[in-house]
Design a protein around this ligand. Structure first.
Ligand code: ADP
Ligand code: MG
Length: 609
């Protein structure tokens, strides 16, 4: 019998891995420019032809590479930036996984010219599809020039997925903008099809923002600056008068990396709330500096999500900082301004033995494997909810219902009959959005939508993990047509979806029939739900089982959680609260938003003095 298992040749393995890091010309630009910055460049020139399709060239005046390093740089896991996993915790450079150049070389024709100041001659290296074609000495200036030609020339499937030049160009400029905003002292030049289209001379931050956004923005910038034990925050926000309708320029950076952070965005918007209308949004450029070990350095290179250890505290700090800066700028009528008893900024208290900072890094993580552990993505409770819950019990609450029990899921026609034997604390619904109830320590406010999201998330997660999903056959199976990449995304998640109770059959030609859905779901648009699960999976990157399961559970929960604006009966509220406190992490949603807050009795008393 002949053996059938064989190792993939390096060239194919690199090509597969490249898909993780290099999705489009913009990813090449980002990786190359970040390498130049790490090499101490003061000036970086970016040359593009056809929106990067035929040429991306990055020319820097950094420290260059030795001939041996030049060749090494294209090996997988070749990096000069870390030597052990511990280095990850103190990471200040941008790259560190040593995969960018290897990935780029796997999918394009690459040329490198580089010289260190101490060398007389530079090195000229040509590589295509991972193979070194030539290496020879060359006379050249100090620094590094990397040219990347014909991206995806050997991966037609990926080349086909490139968007229009317009779109690819926009993506490139999005990357350049983010990088330029954290490196105002570095000069950037962009040359497109032989024309110089952008020149950013060295500047300070305010000037750099003006260079990028146009002179008009200057007069609307308000500086913010706050230094706390948890974080330093600085940057600029715009005066409320300049808030615009539609998309504004909104940037968060942490330790000089661009991040997306919907939760912190909400903090900024909360500070602006009394000053602008709901349809307007302000510009902001906000920079956090935190200890590297208090964030979950999202080690997926193409991701911009970062998880903070002290997310809720930072939310408060940010909100108050923005509010105060707006206030100082005389922008806020004092009557609206509640910083008099603004939420106290929770300062790190050294006397309360702090929990060891937990960073979710898996030392076995290998970016060239398709899966890695996701670690604890569920935010840990920041409120002592057990204490809160005890408050309930005193008031006659029964033991909580496990979200995993047979209790029908809330609410959609599946509400339990109220148990009249039970003496429940009163619940009051405010603005059809919040549940208010009295607890020992004060007045507790629960966000109804988020609370339900948390309950459903844990419920769905336990269904997937326990493989306990029960399917309900659809009367009229729905047909869903997918693109080839969507279809392959679906095949990645199909098994988990079946564990939840979906029944999907392959009709060939990238179309599927949805024949059953989890029995918990009523009145959902099954096609839309399946689509959003596929899309989430495509956006999600790495497919560790745990992460995949969480993502699926979250998508389903998002899809089915009751919205704000839904009136709830006393029974529904009581059941909701009960189920919430039976959750593992009742304090925040899976994506880190607060669910519960308590206004203390003292606060209420002091307000009514
Ligand atoms: P990483 O940046 O994660 O270390 P890369 O594949 O991007 O991995 O680069 C590999 C190595 O090549 C870097 O660690 C660095 O030593 C070297 N290198 C890459 N680009 C440059 C550059 N522009 N100037 C000097 N050295 C570079
Ligand atoms: Mg790099």
């Amino acid at each position: 019998m002949t053996d059938i298992i064989h190792l993939l040749p390096d060239s194919i393995a690199n090509q597969i891995a490249a898909g993780e890091v290099i999705q489009r010309p913009a990813s090449v630009v980002k990786e190359l420019v970040e390498n130049s910055l790490d090499a101490g460049a003061r000036q970086i020139r970016i040359v593009l032809k056809d929106a990067g399709r035929t040429l991306i060239q990055v020319i820097d005046d950094g420290k260059g590479m030795s001939p041996a390093d030049a060749q090494m740089a294209f090996e997988r896991h070749a990096t000069s930036k870390i030597k052990s996993v511990d280095d990850l915790f103190a990471l200040h450079t941008r790259g560190f996984r040593g995969e960018a150049l290897a990935s780029i070389a796997a999918i394009a024709q690459v040329e490198l010219k580089t010289r260190r100041p101490e060398d007389e001659m530079g090195t000229w290296l040509k590589i295509a599809a991972t193979k070194v074609e030539s290496q020879e000495p060359i006379a050249c200036g100090v620094g590094t020039t990397i040219s990347v030609k014909n991206i995806f020339f050997n991966v037609p499937a990926r080349r086909k997925f490139l968007k229009s030049n317009e779109t690819e160009r926009r993506n490139i400029f999005t990357e350049i903008e983010r990088i330029a905003l954290v490196n105002p002292d570095i000069e950037f030049i962009v040359i497109e099809n032989d024309l110089q289209t952008l020149h950013l001379p060295p500047a300070n931050l305010r000037q750099r923002i003006v260079q990028m956004q146009g002179k008009n923005i200057n007069q609307q910038l308000i500086e913010i600056n706050e230094d706390t034990t948890l974080a330093k925050i600085h940057g600029y926000i715009s005066t409320p008068q300049y808030a615009r309708k539609g998309r504004a320029n909104q940037f968060f950076f942490v330790n000089n990396r661009y991040i997306r952070h919907p939760f912190f965005h909400k903090a900024v918007m909360t500070a602006y709330e009394p000053l602008i209308s709901a349809s307007e949004s302000p510009n902001y450029f906000i920079y956090f500096e935190v200890e590297p070990d208090t964030i979950d350095v999202n080690i997926h290179p193409t991701k911009t999500e970062v998880k903070f250890e002290n997310e809720r505290a930072l939310w408060q700090i940010l909100m108050v900082t923005v509010k105060e800066s707006l206030g100082k700028h005389n922008a806020i009528p004092s009557i609206d301004f509640d910083t008099a008893d603004a939420p106290e900024i929770p300062i790190f208290d050294p006397s309360k033995s702090p929990a060891m900072p937990k960073v979710n890094i898996n030392p076995n993580y290998n970016p060239f494997q398709s899966s890695y552990g996701s670690g604890g993505r569920v935010a840990k409770p920041l409120l002592d909810w057990e204490e809160l819950y005890r408050g309930f019990e005193k008031e006659g609450r029964e033991s909580p219902v496990s979200p995993d029990s047979e209790t029908p899921l809330f609410p959609e026609n599946s509400l339990q009959e109220p148990d009249s034997q039970l003496v429940s604390p009163k619940h009051y619904q405010y603005k059809q959005k919040y549940i208010l109830t009295s607890v020992k320590s004060g007045l507790m406010i629960i966000d109804q939508h988020r609370s339900h999201l948390r309950i459903l998330f844990e419920r769905f997660l336990s269904l997937i993990r326990g493989r306990k999903g029960v399917s309900q056959r659809m009367l009229f199976p729905e047909r869903i047509e997918l693109t080839p990449s969507e279809a392959s995304s679906l095949s990645e998640i199909k098994e988990e979806m079946e564990a939840l109770g979906f029944e999907l059959s392959d009709l060939g030609n990238n179309s599927f029939a949805i024949q059953g859905i989890p029995s918990e779901l009523h009145h959902v648009d099954a096609v839309a739900l399946v689509r959003s699960m596929i899309e989430e999976n495509m956006d999600g990157g790495g497919n560790a089982m745990e992460q995949l399961q969480e993502r699926l559970a979250l998508t389903m929960a998002n899809f089915t959680a009751i919205p704000a604006g839904k009136p709830l009966s006393e029974e529904e509220m009581s059941q909701m609260v009960n189920q919430l406190f039976a959750c593992q992490s009742p304090n925040s949603t899976p994506d880190g938003k607060a669910i519960i807050t308590v206004i203390s009795e003292e606060e209420i008393e002091s307000k009514l003095k």
